[in-house]
Design a binder for this molecule. Structure first.
Ligand SMILES: Nc1ncnc2c1ncn2[C@@H]1O[C@H](COP(=O)(O)OP(=O)(O)OP(=O)(O)O)[C@@H](O)[C@H]1O
Ligand SMILES: [Mg+2]
Length: 236
């Protein structure tokens, strides 16, 4: 598969007062299109920092980050925003839905920024909700949905713009086992059926087994990079 992500000598250093934190240290990493990568590691090992840089929410202090052949590590903020809107979807542990608007309206949001007509926004948002098994819940407000359902709305919102990469930072961190399983099944389907590249941060090793590759982080470095052979052919 073609190369999607390439990091060379990537560093992220935060300075808070007199203290310098090396959140990422000399990361060298490539990820191909269509991979399903789980990122694991102890708290503070740099997982979210790496995700935020790969997802163009933040930029490295030093080093090179190329996404789809483009140097995004040094791109201007408006260029980054455009890449995020066109190519990238995000899902977070805390769902981040807007409370006072319906599920459908939450999913419409990325399309509003693209200037898509209202009719087309509704059509595409409804299709995305259908894709995550939430047909019939379009008019529900977030507080009228379970945690697992709210996370599925967040996935629909991440999907609606047709991203090629989905970043998920602890997407099952607030969910019970059954809901976690549902979310992982949806992510697996999106990877397998739609070819969406998935990069997922998790603390749980059984969640990570859904992925075809596992990166283990420690103290700002990737210390293990394990590929699972043909996880899709495993019959449950
Ligand atoms: N905005 C920031 N300013 C200063 N230091 C930061 C900032 N963000 C993260 N850090 C530091 O960088 C290191 C890596 O943080 P990061 O959030 O990437 O860890 P993590 O692996 O995602 O942890 P967790 O599992 O707890 O979410 C930590 O030591 C943290 O204190
Ligand atoms: Mg984190």
């Amino acid at each position: 598969m073609p190369l999607l992500i390439s990091c060379t000598d990537l560093w992220k250093v935060y300075r808070v007062g007199d203290v310098e934190v090396q959140a990422l240290r000399d990361i060298h990493l490539t990820i191909d299109q269509g991979e399903f990568v789980a990122v694991r590691g102890t708290s503070g090992s740099g997982k979210s920092t790496l995700m935020n840089i790969l997802g163009c929410l933040d930029q490295p202090t030093r080093g090179r980050y190329q996404l789809d052949g483009m140097d995004v590590g040094t791109a201007k903020p408006d260029v980054l925003a455009e890449i995020r809107n066109r190519q990238i979807g995000f899902v977070f542990q805390s769902f981040n839905l807007i409370p006072r608007i319906s599920a459908l309206e939450n999913v419409q949001l990325p399309l509003v920024y693209r200037g898509v007509s209202l009719k087309e926004q509704r059509k595409q948002a409804a299709a995305a909700l259908l894709r995550v098994g939430l047909a019939g819940r379009e008019q529900h407000y977030p507080f009228q949905l379970s945690g697992g359902q709210q996370q599925r709305v967040a996935i629909a919102r991440a999907l609606v713009g047709g991203p090629s990469i989905l970043f998920a930072d602890e997407p099952t961190g607030n969910l019970d086992t059954a809901s976690s399983r549902e979310i992982m099944d949806i992510l697996t389907q999106l990877n397998r059926d739609d070819g969406i590249t998935i990069i997922l941060v998790t603390h749980e090793s059984d969640i990570a087994t859904s992925a075809s590759r596992e990166l283990i982080m420690k103290d700002g470095q990737v210390v293990q990079d394990v590929r699972r052979v043909s996880h899709l052919s495993v019959v449950p």
